[in-house]
Design a protein around this ligand. Sequence first.
Ligand code: GDP
Ligand code: IMO
Ligand code: MG
Length: 428
Amino acid sequence: MAIDVILGLQWGDEGKGKIVDYLAGNYDIVARFQGGPNAGHTLKFDGKKYVLHTVPSGIFRPQLINLIGNGVVVNPITLEQEIENLIKAEVDYLPRLLVSRKAHLILPTHCMLDAASEASKGNAKIGSTLKGIGPTYMDKTGRNGLRVGDLESPDFMEKYQALKEKHLKIASIYPAIDYDLEGIEKQWFESLKTLRSLQFVDGEYYINQAIKKGKKVLAEGAQGSMLDIDFGTYPFVTSSNTITAGVCVGLGVAPQLIGEVIGITKAYCTRVGAGPFPSELFDDTGKELGRIGQEFGATTGRPRRCGWIDLPALKYTIMLNGVTQLVVTKIDVMNTFNEIKVATAYGIDGKETDTLPYDINDKKIEPIYRSYSGWECDLDDVVTYEALPSNLKDYVKSLEGILEVPVSMISTGPERKKLIVKEAAVEV
Ligand code: GDP
Ligand code: IMO
Ligand code: MG
């Protein structure tokens, strides 16, 4: 039995939460493999909306186990808030939400350092969500971090104090910021009670034994491939490997266990935070995409930058991830457009290319567009692929041709049910 993967192919917010929630019914375990509360995954069903940051998006499916993998960084305060929402929704989370002992803890001083470091950057800001992600992963690779399993250790408080002291020394190199460390620390220690109430596991053994027993596992990505620490638009990236390879190290599974890789892309493109975005639109069309698509960050509420879909970037991330099928989300956002554009290549220094340049941050990139006729109707009553307007099907067919990967599903609205299955996405 293999482990299937769902991840974002753009700069995040592709609709991963919705698709994981939809497909989760076919699995026994959903596991998050990287990122932390910088993620905001929105789920909508039965007229209700939920935003998850740390908890995997399979939590609303009864009986399904949800694992927070070792590659994730956990802030107990955010986790507690998410759990409070689950309790309100009467979700039986306790026996089904597991945390890897090797997941790293985000300390209040990590968040403080994130804020101080960003504030000191002026115009060079990355636009971090300020959730402490960068400093926590720095401590992980710097071999200073505290892990969930350390909560079981008798000298946890000493380890905590030592790391905090280190952070305070580092903070002194930045201009002072307004940060209620004492208050947040108090809340952090109180929230540890909720974290401790969850089952801690050696996630790598847990997953491998489950796979051996024939359990079906779905790995849920956070952020998007263009935010990957190695392959994204560095330094305007997050601090983890968001691509398929991240599943292996973020859960402890061998590469040959990876099965389907389901890549999610919006029918257009968005980015929140700073950094290059070749097909960004600064005109009314960009504003329309943002308005109709309700493009505001699920974690920070910041407006997302909008533009046409970027096929060179998608080809790149399909290659990096070994995508076996595509899911196109938010197609309904373009229902009223009479013309839809697709960036098929980049013009750089007078030459046309469909590869991403190393110095993408500094290059002037002119996207080369192909135009498609819009379908100009709503899709509310459409439930089968065949019944979709022919212009929409032509658009999808063209994407499949250029990207050389089949589209398995098309999302036509935020609700769980608004999904048109073109080909069975996974074996049931
Ligand atoms: P994630 O981080 O990839 O899970 O995505 P987010 O939840 O941050 O952002 C996606 C947004 O689009 C959410 O508000 C979803 O409710 C919404 N959404 C998802 N799929 C669709 C769709 O097909 N159409 C529309 N209109 N909205 C969608
Ligand atoms: P989901 O899982 C969109 C962006 C931030 C910033 C950069 C670095 O909801 O798709 P960080 O807080 O990681 O240090 O920020 O990455 N970013 C996201 N953008 N969706 C996300 O997650 C993101 N997580 C981080 O805006 O530009
Ligand atoms: Mg999001």
